[in-house]
Design a protein around this ligand. Structure first.
Ligand SMILES: [Zn+2]
Length: 360
């Protein structure tokens, strides 16, 4: 048994690895690159590993975009998110909602329940049902494990030619998942499925399920002069067919909730949207440079002596690959200065009281 240190909690994972392997019997513990590809395809990730992966991805997003240092805003977004999560298929997950400090309009769901939405997205949204639509969509990416499945299906994950330990493999998967999230690289089927589940979560909470479509319409209008589709939902089906699909789901599934809750939204969220042409951008990847990993600084597992061997992708290479893309106003939007997470406490009583305010 190998002990994994994750998030300060010592857990035991069933990874059969003799202790001696950690001290250099590399051949007994690692596999060649071909096997590593199969490892990804067959990868079964424990919930603890999923959480650690999400925490690492969230950290990268927070470093890139900064965090809005406002507790009331975080509490409000978290309350909407928790109400939705309560009727999801993973209500017990430790859901965390983070507002990123950038004018870009974006949202990112990292595995393990880390949901990010940007200040720019909140500025474009005008009521709680629209916020619920966006958060519900992102929640569904987590409950359906789309990120991990996308990596599993990916044939392009760069595993190098060197044998990988499990912690190295998970580090690579995490880096790939981060890049994939920045590019909004979910496939169309996953996007449609997230839309469908998201509006059902909204409806179950009492929110008008048209909120997502209403937000998407505004977003399309904002971006109408852009050459390249940008930011949130960049990979998503074209807006028109997507809106049609949402409408038919609302009618076929008889989603009849009506609350939009505009007053409570605008009482808390007072940001003004920045026109897409006025969004300041950072050099692609510039703000995302992670600190160089220290030896043994694996996010997964013991790491220890060997976790960073083997030509793993470093921050520099990540920046280089990001730099080869064109500037995208939302993905490359400048971030705020403070990456510190804003902790909020949400009790069951808070959620119950908040629910009372969802009336249409
Ligand atoms: Zn999506």
């Amino acid at each position: 048994m190998m002990r994994l240190m994750i998030g300060g909690t010592l857990v035991m994972a069933g990874l059969a690895a003799p202790a001696s392997a950690q001290l250099g019997q590399v051949a007994g513990r690692v596999r060649n690159a071909v096997d590593a590809v199969d490892q990804v395809k067959d990868l079964i990730i424990t919930e603890q590993e999923e959480m650690a992966m999400g925490a690492a991805i969230s950290e990268k997003l927070r470093q890139k975009y900064g965090v809005v240092q406002n507790q009331a805003v975080h509490k409000y977004v978290s309350l909407v998110g928790h109400v939705l999560a309560a009727s999801s298929t993973r209500p017990a997950l430790s859901w965390t909602f983070i507002v990123l400090d950038t004018d870009g309009v974006n949202a990112f769901a990292a595995p393990g329940g880390y949901i990010h939405i940007t200040r720019g997205a909140l500025a474009l949204i005008r009521n709680e049902s629209e916020l619920a639509g966006v958060l519900g969509h992102e929640l569904a990416h987590v409950t359906q494990k789309h990120t991990i499945n996308a990596i599993r299906k990916s044939k392009t994950l760069d595993l190098g030619t060197t044998a990988l330990s499990r912690s190295q493999l998970l580090d690579r998967v995490t880096d790939a998942a981060y890049e994939s999230l920045l590019e909004n690289n979910f496939d169309r089927g996953d996007e449609n499925s997230s839309d469908e589940i998201g509006i059902q979560l909204s409806n179950a909470a009492g929110y008008a399920p048209s909120g997502l479509g209403s937000f998407l319409t505004k977003l399309a209008d904002r971006n109408k002069d852009l050459q390249e589709r940008s930011g949130v939902f960049a990979s998503h089906p074209e807006t028109k067919s997507r809106l049609d699909r949402l409408k038919s789901q609302i009618s076929s599934k008889k989603l009849t909730a009506t609350a939009t809750v505009a007053a409570r939204y605008t009482a808390t969220i007072t940001y003004a949207p920045t026109p897409v042409t006025a969004v300041a951008t950072a050099a692609p990847g510039a703000a995302a440079t992670p600190a160089a990993p220290k030896p043994g600084d694996s996010r997964f597992g013991l790491g220890g002596l060997t976790s960073r061997l083997g030509g793993e992708k470093t921050g520099n290479q990540t920046v280089a690959s990001a730099g080869s893309r064109g500037v995208n106003p939302d993905r490359d939007a400048k971030g705020g200065p403070n990456p510190r997470a804003v902790a909020v406490t949400i009790t069951a009583a808070d959620i119950a009281a908040f629910r009372q305010g969802i009336t249409g």
